[in-house]
Design a protein around this ligand. Structure first.
Ligand SMILES: *Cc1c(COP(=O)(O)O)cnc(C)c1O
Length: 384
């Protein structure tokens, strides 16, 4: 009889983290050591130098591989460092097809840094998977998508895009930061690689940056371990430990984020001052059916339109429980203004194409008591 696959929370709490064999400590220690004693020439206990590998990092990487259903995971100093490492799979002359609505930092890295090294990028609307098919060329090596997108919460059908990629022998990577592996596991839909900014839901407490690449093939593990050693943008043992700690409560946090997210979205949808709400859990979201198929929850990311920059600013200034700040995925409710913050760099024309209006407000609904979030929004919306 094959061993039963353990549940998500059990894996989050235990995988990669057997009790310490020497002391019995239930938590993996922070191995604050740059180097490791060797027994004789060419003989060691699996660790030589902490840029290449570190036991706290190994524990975290085994844990992440298990949660996403991949075969390997490699962690980096930030989400951007992880995406940079991902792109080292390519060489000058290679081509990438990606979503035209991605995290701003990703677009900036692609356009302003990596094009200087001869990589080419084509941006398409991946909500219609046929656009991906049309954009793939002979030199295309990777398709990179983000679903749902920030801040419009538009979805891409992962299974459909994965099929298209594989018919061209191209790999698909998915930035899964917004859903976390608790609600969406792209590898189960055919993705070859998954990337996260662990800064967000995986950490969950807004107290550390990090990034991870999860692979499905032996060459992914080899490539990313080699990149960690060569480029050195690794995650420190302390940050790894913070993530090991954070991820233990991922399931309970995500369930509460989702419960609060649904309530806040419904409430905003009925509010007289709110023009429209973008949340995949709403029955009137154009991709609600795909959301139900592809995700096991709707999460807590949403955005809504107040009609003008002035109305948005009047509301944002009044927040007391919720905070006006960039980032997302922490236990506290964070609200941002995409047009002036995360999406300022793409300009008015870029924002118009994506539907990002000046009155759009993005919310990462936290896990405070939802009545307090609603009361804060209500008093702030009165000012809008
Ligand atoms: C934050 C974020 C990133 C970048 O991650 P950092 O940890 O800030 O470097 C990439 N993708 C998405 C979707 C993000 O939200």
């Amino acid at each position: 009889m094959t061993e039963r696959m353990k549940g998500f929370s059990t894996r989050a709490i235990h995988d990669g983290q057997a009790p310490d064999p020497v002391t019995g400590a239930v938590n993996v220690p922070i191995y604050a050591s740059s180097t490791y004693v060797q027994q004789e020439i060419g003989k060691n206990k699996g660790y030589e130098y902490s840029r290449a590998s570190n036991p706290t990092r190994t524990a975290l990487e085994e844990n992440f591989a298990s949660l996403e259903g991949g075969t390997s995971a490699h962690v980096f100093a930030s989400g951007m460092a992880a995406i940079t490492a991902l792109c080292t799979m390519m060489k000058s002359g290679d081509h990438v097809v990606c979503s035209d609505n991605m995290y701003g930092g990703t677009t900036r890295l692609f356009n302003q840094v990596l094009t200087r090294y001869g990589l080419e990028f084509t941006y398409v609307d991946t909500f219609d998977a046929k656009n991906v098919d049309r954009a793939i060329r002979a030199n295309t090596k990777l398709v990179h998508i983000e679903t749902p997108t920030n801040p419009m919460m538009a979805l891409t059908d992962i299974a459909e895009v994965a099929d298209i990629c594989h018919s061209h022998s191209v790999e698909l990577s998915v930035d899964n930061t917004f859903m976390s592996p608790y609600f969406q596991r792209p590898i189960e839909f055919g993705a070859d690689l998954v990337m996260h900014s662990t800064t967000k839901f995986l950490n969950g407490h807004s107290d550390g940056l990090g990034g991870v690449l999860i692979g499905t093939k032996p060459e992914h593990a080899e490539t990313f371990a080699f990149v960690q050693k060569c480029t050195g943008g690794i995650l420190s043992p302390f940050e790894c430990w913070l993530l090991l700690r954070g991820v233990k409560t991922l399931a309970v946090r995500m369930r509460q984020h989702d419960a609060n997210g649904r309530i806040v979205a419904d409430w905003l949808n009925k509010h007289a001052k709110v023009r429209s709400v973008f949340y995949p859990g709403l029955a009137d979201h154009p991709q609600h059916d795909l959301a139900k198929r592809q995700m096991s929850g709707f999460g807590s990311m949403l955005s809504f339109d107040l009609g003008s920059l002035e109305a948005a600013n009047r509301m944002l200034k009044k927040l007391k429980v919720c905070s006006l700040a960039e980032s997302l995925g922490g236990v506290e409710t964070l609200i941002s203004h995409p047009a002036s913050m995360t999406h300022a760099a793409i300009g008015e024309e870029g924002r118009r194409k994506l539907g990002i209006t000046d009155g759009l407000v993005r919310v990462s609904v936290g896990i405070e008591d939802v009545e307090d979030i609603l009361a804060d929004l209500e008093q702030a919306l009165t000012a809008a």
